[in-house]
Design a binder for this molecule. Structure first.
Ligand code: ADP
Ligand code: MG
Length: 231
């Protein structure tokens, strides 16, 4: 696929992406000419061992790290061609990110974790609260749980809050890093099923990275990452 063909696609596309990190005198190649296309409504898993470059792939796709070379396109927009302000706006408006380290705020209830994003965006609080409550209910958190703080929720429930929060801005691309690593098999499977469901209902181009091979039967497509290369 050529770059000009990739630019006509919605969803997420990475074209010949290479990323290196400083490594003493040398550079460590974390991503090696990675190509990836994920269409709206498609749930793709990237599997690979620890250190293979999965989190780096998501950081580049999330426009949080700029690749050494290659392009990241979100709904056909080349993130590398945007200035910092426009790139931040692109991230806020089109990307939903669930990080490996849960970054819920300890003092906020589940519903407030979503609303705090809206106050950053300067929206209307009452409409936003309705939407936050509906989203949390749709990921399986009832009204009582919506009023709890992170320490009053289980690991699986916190992961549901993370997913609802990532969906709050109506993203077209959903990026999820190792969502099951802190969960037992059954709860991990429930989270992957939830991601499959939200991919269908919200139409997101979803990428989940994982080293957990037991859950890969539940996704549309599995790609393998090894030493920074994607197959
Ligand atoms: P994974 O998520 O598959 O475990 P990562 O993307 O975190 O892999 O890491 C890929 C490689 O890049 C590893 O060798 C890791 O040590 C290295 N790496 C990751 N982040 C950094 C960084 N900020 N600086 C230097 N090296 C890094
Ligand atoms: Mg990782």
């Amino acid at each position: 696929m050529t770059l000009s063909e990739v630019k006509t696609r919605t969803g997420l596309a990475l074209h010949e992406v290479t990323l290196t990190y400083p490594d003493g005198e040398n550079r460590l190649t974390a991503l090696d000419r990675v190509n990836l296309e994920v269409a709206p409504g498609e749930f793709t898993a990237v599997a690979g061992p620890s250190g293979s470059g999965k989190s780096s792939l998501l950081a580049v796709a999330a426009t949080l790290l700029r690749p050494d070379s290659g392009q990241v396109l979100v709904d056909g927009q080349d993130a590398g061609a945007l200035g910092p302000g426009a790139r931040t706006a692109l991230r806020r408006e089109r990307l939903g990110i669930v990080f490996q380290q849960s970054n819920l705020l300890a003092s906020l209830t589940a519903v407030e974790q979503l609303l705090v994003l809206e106050s950053v965006r300067g929206g209307r609080v009452r409409t936003a609260r309705r939407r936050a409550e509906e989203l949390l209910a749709s990921v399986g958190l009832d009204g009582a749980k919506q009023q709890r703080r992170p320490h009053q929720l289980s690991g699986g429930e916190r992961q549901r809050v993370n997913i609802a929060r990532a969906l709050f801005g109506s993203p077209s691309v959903l990026l999820v890093d190792e969502p099951t690593s802190a969960l037992d098999h059954e709860r991990g499977a429930q989270i992957v099923d939830l991601l499959a469901e939200v991919t269908r209902t919200h139409g997101t181009a979803t990428v989940m990275v994982t080293h957990d091979r037991d859950l890969l039967g539940r996704v549309d497509r599995v790609l393998e990452m090894q030493d920074g290369r994607l197959r």
